[in-house]
Each structure stands twice: as structure tokens, then as C-alpha cells.
Design a binder for this molecule. Sequence first.
Ligand code: SF4
Length: 335
Amino acid sequence: MTTFPLHLKAKNELTPHPMAQYWRKCQVEELFALPFLDLVFKAAEIHRQHFHSQEIQLSTLLSIKTGGCAEECEYCPQSARYDTGLERQEMLKVEEILEKAKIAKARGASRFCMGAAWRGPKPKDIETVSEIIRQVKALGLETCGTFGLLETGMAEDLKNAGLDYYNHNLDTDPARYHKVVHTRSHDDRLDTLGKVRQAGLKVCCGGIIGMNETRPERAGLIASLANLDPQPESVPINQLVKVEGTPLADAEELDWTEFVRTIAVARITMPQSYVRLSAGRSAMPEAMQAFCFMAGANSIFYGDKLLTTENPEADFDRLLMAKLDLYPLQNSSTT
Ligand code: SF4
């Protein structure tokens, strides 16, 4: 069991969501251009207005079906179109998934996220994952699914099974989406996000930084996320994990301050969202992660695997959180 103190209530449970402000891309670019420490300070102030500064939401992510995906997303080792040496794995058995979920809960995770490498689920896949969701939910965990594009009625089925969140990222600036993802459009993503909202599910939606985009394009991604109405409850900000065999394996290195700036701008533009430090964290030095928390990140993926790429070991995470006097949020489902 985790040794962190329990926390009573997330601060942002107490405040209603304000009317969303529309963010023009140029306004977001202006935030990016602030002096680095001023930007971090501004983000830290806004973070403290809406959340307890020591509280971190912990999610554990499990790949329940890995690889062999028909889609062509240049960053992803799970695409069947790239030779990355990734071992394919068919759908895990329910018992295996439940075992992992119990371990995640015992280690302090409040949310269990399940990902399947599909363009989108088929009706029989929805039946299978619905049963899994029901059983994970019965363990007392929040549930999140990332299963790709949804057909009409699927989001409702997932909601009825007890799903809390649906993850569906906008990935990158809408204007360059087609340069990174070749088998679906930005509008397809928005369509599924609309279905998810319509069904009453909470939205987890973010993107990936470090895919050769420019700063204005990073601003474009953040503006597109911040202008979702309502804003996503969870915003995962991923740093590209460069996997050999994918077209982005040789992407240009991103300076760490630029990643921290992106976290800070996400916090300022989406003040009531959980901003999650997601993929790429295993390559981040502790001091950089600390800066990200200072800049308003208040959620992490927790555990030793992040779909198919490495994630810092849970013990390492616990140690880092203890050093920074951070502790896990017990449950964010009422936010
Ligand atoms: S990001 Fe998702 S949809 Fe794209 S190739 Fe990877 S698993 Fe498939």
C-alpha cells in the first residue's frame, strides 16, 4: 500500500467550471513567448487557484491489445506499417487485466486506463471491453479507455458499462495533423470527441510534443485543446518517445525548457484540467519533472510501462514524489 497521506478533497471540486474563454493561436503564442520563469510563475499561481499544489493524480495505463494496428501514425510503434520489432499481443484475458488493476490500486493509482491498438473497436470489441470495464470499476478504480474512433452508440455502451473517461488525443496542431497521421483526419478525432461528450463521458485529450513541430504549431495544439467546449478534464502532454523504425525516430531534439513551457501554457489556458505529464517521462531528469510540476502538471502515468514504451518504475515515482512533498489524489471522479 502507498505510504502517502490520504487527501480529503480535490480543491477544484469546490469551484464551478467558468465559461470557457476562446483562445486565439496568437494569444497562446504570446504566452509561450513570456520570459521562462515568469511563465512558470504565472502557471504556478493559476495552478494554486484551482488545485492543491501537492496533490498529484496517478493513473496507470495498461495496453490490453498491443500492436498490429492498421493506422499510420508516424509516432507510434504499434502501427503494422512500421518495422519496430514490437511484439504483437492479442487481447489480454480479463483475469490478467484485473490482476494488473489490483496491483495499480495497491500502489496508489486512482485511475486505470486501458488502451487497445485499433483504428476503432468493432461491436464485439465493445462487448468485450464493456465486461472488462465493469469488473475494473467494481474494484473501486476510475476507468479510462483509449480504443480509437467510435461509431454511433459505442460511447453510450462504454458509459453504461461504467467507463468514466475516454482518451482521444488531438495529437498536434490541426494544420499539420495530416503530416503526422495519414489514415484519419483531425475532424475524425473531433467527431469521436463529440460522441464521447454526448454520451456523458469525461474527456482525456492532449497531444505529443517534439514531433518536429514549430513553437507556433505547439501553440496551435494547445489552442485546439483549450477551445474544446467544455475543456477536457484531463490533458496528457506527451514528449515524443522516438522509437526506431517509426518515421519520427530521428525527430529533432526538443529543449527541456520548451516542454516545460508547453506544460505551463496548458495549465494557464486550461486552469481546471488535470495536466498530465505523460509519455517521455522516463527520459526526463528529476529536476525537469519538478519544473513540470511547478508549471502546473498535476497528474502522471504511474507504473513501469506506458503502452509499449518505458515509464519510470513505480518505486522511482514514489521516491521522487516524496522528495518533492507530493502525494496522490485519492479520487478525482467528482471533478
Ligand atoms: S496511435 Fe493508435 S491508431 Fe495510431 S497506429 Fe498507434 S495504436 Fe494505431
